[in-house]
Design a protein around this ligand. Structure first.
Ligand code: NAD
Length: 502
């Protein structure tokens, strides 16, 4: 066991980054604890309404100049930011592992996906172009221009502290807007590091701001008339009932990416070895704390008689349990570890309640992650091992609600129709995957399933930065999505000009 060097040596006191300055907050300081070692690595302020409002003022001031800077010059700031992120790639990744708990490889993946959004946004001179048509009537020309709107608020979840704000911020500033990021107070260090690089990259003061805190800052953002729009990623409870609702009332544009309960279907003709390998990263990657994590594995008996189906079901379940039982759990800075802890003790307790509920409701517990076995001698406080239930039905609590932890619920379906029905009976619609060798079944699945992200022989359907990150039903509220062209459209207003010269 070799632990990589920890880039945070002493407890960091996190400051807000407002108008190009590092400002100490008047708010209460809260501990940020490394969930593997249980050591306090930072203290984060719970900022006040006034502090958020001060940031809005700075962002508003900066907007007037920033929007006039040519897109190519704005892109140069992003190119410099990307270079700095590449230089600090390993440090940034290790920080994510320390503040969140994910393994170092998962953190490296997150860093890469974050940087890719900065790279895509550097294409702004082409991405932001409008269009025109001559002679819409005799001697009259018409064209569309895309203009930035002003100040946007970005509210992040705890599970991807580096990447998620980058689904939005690079596009917002590339199009000439200014941003205020409120990271999750559970793991705010990554966004502090990003702001340090923003400063070094030469963005003018006030273009990119970070205000730490909790619901007070969110509420101040939602109620501030100078904030044009909100990008939120987190639970449906907050995204729909707080953010989307208030944005509707105040007329702000909004992207609200919310909770999930993702189904993965295994068809009888699936390549089982590859499917199981893919399932392991889908269900247990990021310790199941992903909006794209597999939650329900449906073993589908399309074309099989009862006897054949039972044999197929057993084969898949046994292979799944066997693979899950071999996952090495421990501190993510140990390169040999495959799964880290839950983000904190209360999240672990919440997952344990789901496991107890599963047993109570009659699902069969095949692998009990409560028997914690670790690589290394770490406090067990936030750790669980992979858990597998079989004979789960869609109406059971563990089959229906988002657990957000390393728990797999295995279900039975007689055929593809029944499996798709199961997906549709769930209120969420973030992602769904099918494992099959049949193009016909795959197409049918893609065509009918009401989810924003569809995987065909893919376990984690994470769109690349140049594609939109969708979601349907209770998993998404809004119209346009984060990343790529849709983000450009979200952060701009189209203006039509019709001209005639006498
Ligand atoms: P959360 O809703 O608890 O918190 C998200 C953000 O909202 C945080 O910044 C938090 O400080 C703030 N917040 C929390 N309670 C609030 C309240 N009452 N009023 C105003 N603001 C509040 O979510 P989380 O636990 O940080 O993240 C996990 C959730 O995010 C999961 O449900 C997961 O599926 C979802 N998620 C979705 C996507 C997606 O793309 N659909 C991506 C990542 C995570």
């Amino acid at each position: 066991m070799a632990i990589l060097e920890e880039p945070i040596k002493e407890t960091l006191i996190i400051k807000n980054y407002i108008g190009g300055e590092w400002v100490e907050s008047e708010g209460e300081l809260v501990d940020v604890v490394n969930p593997a070692t249980m050591k306090t690595i930072a203290k984060v302020p719970i900022s006040t309404k006034d502090e958020l409002e001060a940031a809005v003022e700075k962002a508003k001031e900066a907007f007037h100049e920033w929007r006039r800077i040519p897109p190519l010059a704005r892109a140069r700031c992003l190119f410099r930011l990307k270079e700095l992120m590449e230089e600090r790639f390993e440090e940034l990744s290790r920080i994510q592992t320390m503040e969140h708990g994910k393994t170092i490889d998962e953190s490296r993946g997150e860093t890469r996906r974050g940087i890719e959004n900065v790279e895509v946004a550097t294409g702004i001179p082409s991405l932001m172009m409008g269009y025109n048509l001559e002679d819409v009537a005799a001697g009259i020309d018409e064209y569309v221009i895309y203009q930035p709107l002003g100040v946007f608020g970005i509210i992040g979840p705890f599970n991807f502290p580096f990447m998620v704000p980058l689904w939005f911020a690079p596009y917002a500033v590339a199009t000439g807007n200014c941003v205020i990021i409120k990271p999750s107070s559970e793991d705010p260090i990554s966004q502090m590091k990003v702001a340090e690089m923003v400063e070094e990259a030469g963005f003018p003061p006030g273009v990119w701001n970070v205000v730490n805190g909790d619901r007070t800052v969110v509420s101040a953002m939602l109620n501030n008339p100078d904030i044009e729009g909100i990008c939120f990623v987190g639970s449906t409870r907050v995204g729909r009932d707080v953010v989307y609702k208030r944005c509707g009332e105040t007329g702000k544009r909004v992207i609200a990416q919310c909770s999930a309960k993702n189904f993965l279907l295994v068809m009888p003709d699936a390549n089982l070895k590859r499917t199981i390998a893919s399932c392991m990263t889908s269900f247990y990657g990021n310790t199941g704390q992903r909006c794209l994590s597999g939650a329900n594995l449906v073993i589908v008996g399309e074309g099989l008689n009862e006897h054949e189906y039972n044999a197929f079901y057993k084969k898949v379940v046994d292979a799944f349990v066997n693979a899950a039982s071999k996952i090495r759990v421990g501190y993510g800075l140990d390169e040999s570890v495959q799964m880290g802890p839950l983000r904190d003790k209360s999240k672990k307790e919440r997952v344990i309640k789901f496991i107890e509920k599963g047993i109570e409701e009659g699902a069969k517990l095949r692998l009990d992650g409560r028997n914690v076995k670790l690589v290394g001698d770490w406090p067990h406080t936030c750790f669980l091992n992979p858990t597998v239930f079989e004979d789960v039905t869609p109406d059971m609590t563990i089959g229906r609600e988002e657990i957000f932890g390393p728990v797999a619920s295995i279900m039975r379906a007689r055929n593809l129709d029944e499996a798709i029905e199961m997906i549709h009976s769930n209120p969420y619609g973030n992602a769904a995957s099918i494992f099959t060798s049949s193009g016909k079944w795959a197409r049918e699945f893609q065509y009918r399933v009401k989810c924003g992200n569809i995987g065909i022989n893919i376990g984690i359907v994470a769109p690349m930065a140049f594609f939109p990150f969708g979601g349907m039903k209770n998993s998404f509220f809004g119209v346009l999505h984060g990343q790529g062209r849709e983000a450009i459209r979200f952060f701009t207003e189209s203006k039509v000009v019709i001209q005639r010269w006498f």
